[in-house]
Design a protein around this ligand. Sequence first.
Ligand SMILES: [Zn+2]
Length: 60
Amino acid sequence: MKTFRCGDVVPGCQREFLGADRDAVLAQVAEHARADHHVEPDPALVRAVEANLHDAPERD
Ligand SMILES: [Zn+2]
């Protein structure tokens, strides 16, 4: 699982995302960017997300 914290890119945003892989997280972030930041996802956004993508701690 991968996680991404929007606040790492957009100061003040509290949204966090959890997905099975990079693409799953990116899909959620793209939707959030459009809905809440009124930003169209572009290559720069994809790079910013990839740069701040973390492995989720395994829980069992
Ligand atoms: Zn955000």
